[in-house]
Design a protein around this ligand. Sequence first.
Ligand code: ACO
Length: 329
Amino acid sequence: MARSAVLCGLGAWVPPHVVTNDDLAALLDTSDEWIRTRTGIRQRHVIGDGLSTVDLAVEAGARALKSAGLSEADYLVLATTTPDRLCPPTGPEVATRLGMTGVPAFDVAAGCSGFLYGLQTGRALIAGEIADTVLVIGAESLTTLVDPDDRGTRPLFGDGAGAVVLRMGADDELGAVLGVNLHSDGSLSELITVAGGGARARAAGDTAPAHITMHGRATFAHAVKHMEEVTRQTLAQVGWDITEVDHVVGHQANARILHALAKRLGLAEEQAVVHIEEVGNTASASIPLALHHGVVTGRIKPGDRLVMPAFGAGATWGAAAMTWPQLEI
Ligand code: ACO
């Protein structure tokens, strides 16, 4: 019988410092009203006090391991677009801080689809009999990449981390990750970029700071289209009709994207789990943070059927379908 990956642990952590829309409106030509109505965001958590992506990842990872009742996993996959340094990779330091020195640990960079790329990697390690347990963490410090003077990007992003533990199991168990589909299109690479600090900029002698630029409207349109397509593809793969889905736990880039997606899929708006108002866009951390929010607020219950689509820089996109397990969190 094929070995399936079953989600058996969940953890989340956001840094304590909160920046509200009103805080930003005091610094930029923007308003709480604009940010809330255009994006759904009310506040975001921001690192400071010496914290970095490693710290976020360790906090979420430790909580996920505890939730799974494990002290370590066979592999650690860290999804991030904001590693602490270009070199070394961030995963090994996270593993050591979690007491997992010696365990294979590596980074996966896939923009806002990073968690799904990490999930598929963990799933493949289990299916391929390479690992029995995998810790998949999404951790981001995106507020370190925004131009503080850019009202177009600074309000959108927040910092945080979410993590899951996958274990070997069977498809008929609650928590089984039944299907994942991933895609990319490099011809859309200019949609969302951080050019500064990269090899291309260094080779050209360009010393501009590392700041996110985004073509918002075009990204919005691609996100809705591709997330709908890949959700339908994933539902067909696992043999679910859309009417059998309880929740869409999508990447939290904009509440309007999540509501438009639910509508295009023929679902009620309330079936989209929306957590962006509290945390902003946390890229690779966003789906596990939204899962955690859905569980602690009592919306996501054992046995529920979930589909989790994402779209982000690359461009990359994908979706996963799973049943929700009974968890201690
Ligand atoms: N406050 C006030 N006005 C603003 C602000 C702000 N914070 N930001 C932009 N504006 C202005 C613009 O200057 C523009 O003014 P103009 O009409 O005078 O030129 C106007 O508001 C409209 O700007 P748009 O960019 O067209 O606004 P839009 O409604 O598209 O919202 C947003 C922008 C929120 C970025 C939206 O396009 C979006 O969510 N896009 C998708 C984001 C996404 O999916 N990202 C995915 C992944 S990110 C990653 O991978 C790291």
